[in-house]
Design a protein around this ligand. Structure first.
Ligand SMILES: Nc1ncnc2c1ncn2[C@@H]1O[C@H](COP(=O)(O)OP(=O)(O)OP(=O)(O)O)[C@@H](O)[C@H]1O
Length: 247
């Protein structure tokens, strides 16, 4: 583990009613201790997970649009509004790592293609060929399998976006192998009940206007998925009849 604490410099905030400080979970946030090699951010859509993850990436020196320290490219509106207000405490500090942002992965792939024109080794860390020549899920897994190394911090925003359930399991295995071999830290924003099942991880919920630890089995992701799989017909019947009542 490297990143031990993330704190918000509240005294420097000028406009607390504006984005990102008005997001309920951010408005009550002061600091979080990171106690495990793997930390998950969970919560409803719009609860502030990406905002905080991107801000941490920004303070790690990674491109907030996605990538590591050496990936300098511009993407419209990719600056982190929250980043400058965070204080990160390290023990020890690492500079290796990567910020995966599913929504701008296409632009990251284009950026790599541009780098590869000058440096033939560029694709070596990404499965040996352009990420554009691989499917969305294949390119994600190429990144995880080839680029991820020891002594690094990985910040992943919804890595399941392109991954089949089988490949989500493959990602869990890659994470586990890296953790077993040595030091590696992951902070992952996810909606995937499969990824959340990683053993001995800390899960932080962004729901109900605060960031707090939650047990795997208590997450909506686990409970709703479990109920759906066990009672699919009953759940759908109920859901569709509720729709009918609203009309
Ligand atoms: N650049 C921005 N300017 C203003 N508001 C923003 C901006 N980016 C996000 N927001 C708002 O901030 C809130 C939190 O967004 P964020 O992307 O952090 O949520 P999230 O928890 O990652 O959601 P999801 O699970 O859907 O990815 C949302 O209400 C969103 O509309």
């Amino acid at each position: 583990m490297f990143l031990k604490r993330v704190a918000l410099k509240r005294d420097e905030i000028e406009y607390s009613r504006q984005y990102p400080f008005h997001i309920p979970a951010i408005s009550t946030f002061s600091e979080m201790d990171l106690n495990k090699n793997v930390t998950f951010f969970v919560g409803e859509n719009g609860s502030g997970k990406s905002t905080l993850l991107e801000a941490i990436a920004d303070q790690c020196g990674f491109n907030p649009a996605g990538g590591g320290r050496n990936n300098t490219y511009d993407l419209h509106a990719s600056d982190s509004a929250l980043g400058p207000y965070l204080r990160l405490s390290w023990m020890p500090k690492v500079t290796n790592g990567f910020f995966l942002r599913a929504e701008s992965f296409y632009q990251f792939a284009t950026h790599l293609d541009e780098m590869a024109q000058d440096d033939g080794q560029t694709y070596a860390s990404y499965g040996g060929k352009s990420l554009h020549e691989q499917s969305h899920g294949e390119s994600f897994l190429s990144l995880f399998a080839n680029r991820f190394q020891q002594k690094a911090i990985y910040l992943l925003d919804e890595p399941e976006a392109a991954l089949s359930p089988q490949r989500q399991l493959a990602l869990l295995k890659i994470m586990h192998d890296l953790e077993k071999q040595g030091s590696c830290q992951f902070i992952i924003a996810t909606h995937s009940p499969i990824l959340l099942g990683y053993p001995d991880a800390e899960i932080l919920s962004f729901d109900d206007g605060e960031i707090r630890p939650i047990e795997y089995e208590m997450t909506d992701h686990y409970q709703i998925t479990r109920y759906f799989l066990q009672h699919r017909e009953r759940m759908l019947e109920q859901l569709f009849s509720e729709d009918g009542e609203e009309e």
